[in-house]
Ligand binder design. Structure first.
Ligand code: C2E
Ligand code: CA
Ligand code: CA
Length: 265
């Protein structure tokens, strides 16, 4: 490992120990009426010297060095705490958690999540677990069983970055998925009429399998309109809102309920 890498690991280890990692929450809205249906939890690390370190840098480091379990538990605790606050305030929203490969195969994955959900008094049915198809692990032994166990406890699964990775049609048929999150780079090419038709057929495929659809990377008003036209059930992206700290979420929910997000007002 480079010196820079080992220093980053040392700082990350301290940040995890001191529970200084946090989460931002990005709204997910209905493609039908643009009402907020939930938030995705995204890991954030603000190092005193380095500033904000992107999750693309520290999540793989955490995975390679045995820190991901501790990070995931801490973030699940924060996110399910947030979910409990939103629900207590009367909002019918869920939360999506990113789950990495190492975590799924930890033996107490399902029981830990169930315990954290119970501690916060939130139902597993409000919690979506996102696995990315960027890594070729979905067909590894044991993964499908863990996913099925989580479903039997009430959790939902989403296949993230769909269209950018390795998931085979077998995965779509065999894994207990509730949702497909179509890769943002594909969604952002919807202005191309061939891509638009392809996205429509991805949604037909999802519908045939009784799986819901989410479009990611919705960055402007035109993309919002086109992706709604394609028929995505839910949308997520900077046009709707950037990921925000928990303190901003209740205000966002209040404001979004009275604003026409389609017009970017
Ligand atoms: P992801 O799960 O695909 O998350 C979406 C990423 O796209 C987030 O980046 C989000 O901030 C960004 N994004 C959202 N809307 C837009 C948009 O309209 N345009 C563009 N260009 N980007 C948008 P972020 O937060 O930097 O996260 C990057 C990746 O790191 C995530 O991709 C996910 O794979 C991973 N990650 C983040 N948090 C966690 C975590 O708690 N656990 C695990 N295992 N992975 C995480
Ligand atoms: Ca995700
Ligand atoms: Ca994604």
């Amino acid at each position: 490992m480079s010196l820079q890498g080992s220093q980053l690991l040392e700082r990350l280890t301290r940040a995890v120990r001191d529970r200084r990692l946090t989460a931002f929450y990005q709204p997910i809205v209905s493609g039908r009426d643009l009402g907020v249906t939930g938030f995705e939890s995204l890991a954030r690390w603000n190092d005193p010297d380095l500033g904000w370190v992107p999750p693309h840098d520290f999540i793989p480091l955490a995975e390679q060095n045995g820190l991901i379990g501790a990070i995931a538990r801490h973030l699940a605790d924060l996110a399910l705490g947030a979910l409990s606050r939103w629900r207590a305030a009367g909002w019918d929203v869920g939360v999506s958690l990113n789950v990495s490969r190492g975590q799924v195969l930890e033996k107490d994955f399902c029981s830990t999540l169930t315990e954290i959900a119970a501690e916060h008094g939130v139902a597993p049915g409000w919690i979506t677990l996102e696995v990315t198809e960027r890594e070729a692990f979905l067909e590894s032994p044991g993964v499908c069983e863990v996913m099925r166990e989580a479903v039997s406890r009430g959790f939902r699964w989403s296949l993230d970055d769909f269209g950018a990775g390795y998931a085979s049609y077998h995965c779509l048929v065999d894994l207990p998925l509730s949702e497909l999150k179509v890769d943002m780079r594909l969604c952002q090419r919807v202005r191309d009429s061939r891509v638009k038709r392809m996205l429509q057929s991805i949604l037909e495929l999802a519908e045939a399998l009784e799986i819901e659809s989410v479009a990611e990377g919705v960055e402007d008003v035109e993309l919002t309109a086109l992706l709604r036209e394609v028929g995505f059930l839910r949308l997520q992206g900077y046009q709707i809102a950037r990921p925000m700290p928990i303190e901003a979420t209740l205000g966002f929910l209040e404001q979004a309920s009275g604003v026409d997000l389609a017009r970017g007002a």
